[in-house]
Design a protein. Structure first.
Length: 217
């Protein structure tokens, strides 16, 4: 039995992984999908990237079994930081159309100008949170702006994890992950795969995603 810790993208909660979680648990694996602070029913209360990283790291430390860490979109930032803190407890780290930061990077620095404009527009109400884009699921919540802006502090320990994979969603325009995917395809330390769907892979292609994740048990 493997243990999966699933971290959703911006504005989303654990519910985004419902279908994937059901597929993995149906195969007998332990699954923990996280709703990061500020993205549930409670207010943000100062949540930022570092607090999200600590929440993921806490989940990784919660069992003796090494975890397969999975992050979608913004979740790539949180799983990288958690894996850097707890590399010995991580069996594999899998990015699903997600940011893969180096030390000192942020979502703001890694994303496209179009997404920066979305963040600015989304923060117009209070400057502290970024409202979800109108086309997203109604369960989405405003995302703490500090989580998009704060830079990540990494020692590089996460790179010692032997199983690293990137899954690209190739069915949408304006992706900030195209160049990253092309670069990682040439890196022998990474496994790469593409899916023909839009960005919200956990909800648009849950069966295909679960099938890929099961390769890392």
């Amino acid at each position: 039995m493997a243990r999966f810790v699933l971290v959703p993208g911006g504005w989303h909660g654990a519910w985004a992984f419902d279908a994937v979680s059901n597929a993995l648990s149906g195969e007998g694996h332990e699954v923990q999908a996280l709703t990061l602070s500020g993205l549930g029913d409670e207010p943000a209360n100062g949540a930022n990237l570092e607090s999200h990283i600590n929440e993921v790291a806490h989940a990784v430390r919660g069992r003796d079994t090494r975890a397969v860490l999975v992050g979608h979109s913004y979740g790539g930032m949180a799983i990288t930081g958690a894996a850097d803190k707890e590399s010995s407890r991580v069996k594999a780290i899998i990015y699903v159309d997600a940011y893969v930061p180096d030390n000192g990077a942020s979502v703001w620095s890694l994303t496209t100008p179009n997404y920066r404009e979305r963040f600015i527009a989304g923060a117009a109400a209070d400057g502290l949170t970024c409202a979800p884009p109108a086309h997203l699921d109604t369960r989405c919540r405003p995302h703490p702006m500090a989580a998009f802006l704060q830079t990540i502090k990494l020692t590089g320990n996460w790179r010692k994890i032997r199983s690293k994979a990137f899954i690209a969603a190739c069915g949408w325009e304006g992706s900030p992950f195209v160049e990253l995917y092309e670069r990682l395809q040439l890196d022998p330390e990474w496994a790469t795969q593409s899916l023909d769907c839009a960005h919200d892979v956990p909800r648009l292609a849950p069966e295909a995603l679960a099938e890929i994740l099961l390769r890392y048990v």
